[in-house]
Design a protein around this ligand. Structure first.
Ligand code: ZN
Length: 380
């Protein structure tokens, strides 16, 4: 038995010791040098009898085994889609009667990415959109009442904290929310939640100060010089903040217009053609608001021929609010405006950015519009 031990120890490198019998726990590598992590400590102690060369080889082998199992787990993970993020569309009152349909369009566009699982929170009093409500039911079993004038819903209390991002498809005339709901949305965004503002969603809540800060710019809803300056790019493509008195928000005739990317490095716009033709839409102009922590990623030229301002009007904006991120586009007046492949791409990217601060959808769709050719994807 002693002989076997001796052979084992000699093989393990203990042969350098003068005392061949004292080999059960040779201490070439003092235990005080052992790593503190329990697993590594065990391995270290186990290897104490080994020669330096064997010890090095054993560590290399262990590192390789750990790396290959980590890679294996990573490769296995690639096969599975990540869990979709919870997103919430809020709607119910909007002067754009098509809203029950556009809500379903937004929901589908987002869910098709497999990045989102979309819920809908609808006020119990709905305003406008009667002819579309039955065609695009949300199937939540709640009985709602269509009203002739916007009416506050005292029970509208979505639990924003359950979501990564909230998308507003409310519009001009949406009735006031309960104070608690307002402060819950503020808190949600301030603490790091995402908010998406589409077209007439920037018309709502003109008197709500924090809402104006969150959306950066808005129109109508009583907005004026007290809300903040007009923000646009002038003919020299320089940003202007004009505090002149006047109402916020107007637009000329609907038409197709070019979107010009102003920051091609932002995750939302990266890789997109610098200029592309958007399908027929209202080109919002004279938007005004606090515009704090706001970046204009894209503009559209509002031509006087179309009843516009002769300025480059903001079309894609990001706003920082506390730890939260807001993605805002005034595009999206009608269902045909939202069918634009460019709008859909920007909506998907902007919503992901608002939710996480990054965009994983780097591909540019093959049917993305070009400088002089719009591209529509019929919804039904
Ligand atoms: Zn509109």
């Amino acid at each position: 038995m002693d002989q076997i031990r001796l052979i084992v120890q000699i093989k393990a490198g203990a042969k350098r010791r003068r005392d061949g019998m004292c080999i059960l726990l040779p201490d070439f590598y003092p235990i005080r040098d052992a790593p503190r992590l329990p697993f590594l400590r065990e391995v270290f102690i186990m290897m104490r009898p080994f020669s330096p060369l064997r010890r090095v080889l054993a560590w290399i082998w262990l590192a390789f085994a750990a790396w290959s199992s980590w890679m294996g787990a990573g490769l296995a993970g690639w096969g599975q889609a990540p869990e979709p993020m919870p997103a919430l569309i809020i709607d119910g009152q909007n002067n754009h009667g098509i809203w029950p349909k556009t809500t379903m369009m937004i929901k589908r566009y987002l869910e098709e990415t497999r990045l989102f699982r979309v819920d809908i929170a609808r006020t119990k009093y709905t305003w406008q959109g009667e002819e579309w409500l039955d065609k695009f039911p949300i199937g939540d079993g709640v009985k709602r009442e269509s009203v002739k004038e916007p009416k506050p819903d005292p029970d509208f209390r979505p639990d924003f904290s359950k979501y990564k991002v909230v998308i507003s498809n409310l519009g001009f005339g949406a009735a006031e929310w309960p104070e608690e709901t307002k402060s819950e949305l503020e808190k949600f965004v301030f603490n790091g939640g995402g908010l998406v503002i589409l077209h007439a969603a920037n018309n709502s809540f003109g008197e709500w100060k924090a809402f104006n800060r969150m959306i950066g710019l808005g129109g109508w809803g009583g907005r004026n010089e007290k809300t903040g300056p007009y923000v646009y790019l002038n003919q020299d493509e320089k940003e202007v903040r004009d505090t002149v008195p006047g109402g916020g928000g107007s637009h000329g005739a609907q038409h197709e217009f070019q979107i010009i990317i102003r920051d091609p490095k932002h995750p939302i716009t990266q890789g997109l053609p610098r200029v592309w033709l958007h399908t027929q839409d209202e080109l919002y102009d004279r938007l005004r608001g606090p515009g704090e922590n706001m970046q204009i990623l894209a503009t559209a030229f509002s031509s006087k021929d179309q009843g516009g301002t002769d300025r480059h009007e903001p079309m894609i904006m990001t706003v920082g609010y506390g730890k939260g991120r807001v993605f805002h586009t005034p595009m999206g007046h009608a269902d045909y405006s939202m069918e634009c492949a460019g709008f859909i791409t920007v909506l998907r990217r902007g919503t992901e950015w608002a939710a996480t601060g990054a965009v994983t959808q780097s591909d540019v769709p093959k049917d993305f519009p070009t400088e002089d050719k719009a591209s529509r994807r019929p919804f039904e």
